[in-house]
Design a protein around this ligand. Structure first.
Ligand code: SF4
Ligand code: ZN
Length: 304
């Protein structure tokens, strides 16, 4: 028997059962639900302002591709807005080149300029080279810091007034939990804080579960590659991700309740340690919590 959409007066067949909300949704109501959550987040985090130049961090994966599609759909009538896509090639053999092909494809389709930057060129080394040095930490520790740095620097250089990233509910809750486990209160506080020294960042998908972003992308006809980064499994995040998915399966709603709990708690967290946020990195001049920023620290380690 076909299950019908739970929305009032809708007789369409459901395509998804949201266990956490108890709703069965048809295609149209599912799309509406995802887009409503994204719009609400944009309004809550930073408003899109007149003449904004919006840089979308695009990896070519399902999340960022769906995000770019959605943003173009939301803001199509706004002729004053300019969109650019920033892609970063970290130099991971057999992985990034595949997703970047997708990035090229979708930006062409949506008529958005794509600017690609390479670790090799920007920093002088690739993530594969970092791995070959056999450092103790997982590759993601380096990769994440450096990618953020490249995106921030390039967004500024390109004159972007907002940076939009495709972090979904799963990503956000993983980060929250990682910081809880590490007892990193300072970073927990920084997660929600607006930091005036950086180009304002918006995460429209932070309340949309990863699986729903994937379904949204599928319905939108966005081509998705299933190729995974070979280093992802080595990260602490991967363990946390598996654990969270297990919890969510047994106790639907876990991810949302962790997010809600964090949002209530975050009102009491310091967004920065007094005096520290004002530091500038001695090497690159970027705002930094310490004398030398994390990215420059990695660059120095690679050069030594
Ligand atoms: Fe970089 Fe880790 Fe992502 Fe791979 S999984 S691209 S190493 S952050
Ligand atoms: Zn620096």
């Amino acid at each position: 028997m076909t299950i019908k959409c739970s929305k009032r007066r809708c007789t369409n067949p459901a395509i998804i059962h949201q266990k956490y909300s108890g709703l069965h949704l048809c295609e149209a109501h599912f799309i509406e639900d995802v887009e409503r959550k994204a719009k609400r987040e944009i309004r809550k985090q930073w408003l899109i302002e007149h003449d904004d130049k919006i840089a979308v961090a695009l990896s070519g994966g399902k999340d960022s591709s769906a995000l770019l599609y959605m943003l173009k759909k939301f803001f199509q009538p706004r002729a004053d807005l300019e969109f650019i896509a920033i892609a970063v090639d970290e130099g991971i053999k057999g992985f990034r080149s595949v997703t970047l092909k997708n990035a090229e494809h979708i930006t062409k389709e949506l008529e958005v300029e794509l600017c690609t930057f390479y670790f090799e060129h920007e920093l002088g080394f690739t993530v594969d080279e970092i791995v070959s040095r056999g450092f103790e930490q997982a590759p993601c520790t380096f990769c994440g810091v450096l990618r953020r740095k490249v995106i921030e620097t390039k967004a500024k250089e390109l004159g972007a007034t907002k940076v939009v990233t495709a972090h979904n509910l799963d990503d956000e809750v993983q980060t929250i939990l990682i910081n809880y486990i590490r007892g990193d209160i300072e970073r927990l506080g920084r997660l929600r804080g607006r930091r005036p020294q950086f180009v304002p960042r918006i995460k429209p998908l932070r309340k949309v579960p990863e699986k729903e972003v994937a379904l949204y992308a599928l319905i939108a006809g966005i081509s998705i590659s299933t190729v995974q980064c070979p280093y992802a499994r080595l990260s602490f995040r991967f363990t946390v991700k598996r654990m969270l998915n297990e919890f969510e399966m047994r106790h639907p709603g876990t991810k949302y309740s962790l997010m809600r709990g964090y949002e209530r708690l975050s009102q009491f967290l310091p967004t920065a340690q007094p005096g520290r946020e004002l530091l500038r990195c001695e090497r690159c001049g970027a705002p930094s919590a310490s004398r030398i920023c994390k990215a420059c620290e990695i660059v120095e380690r690679m050069r030594s």
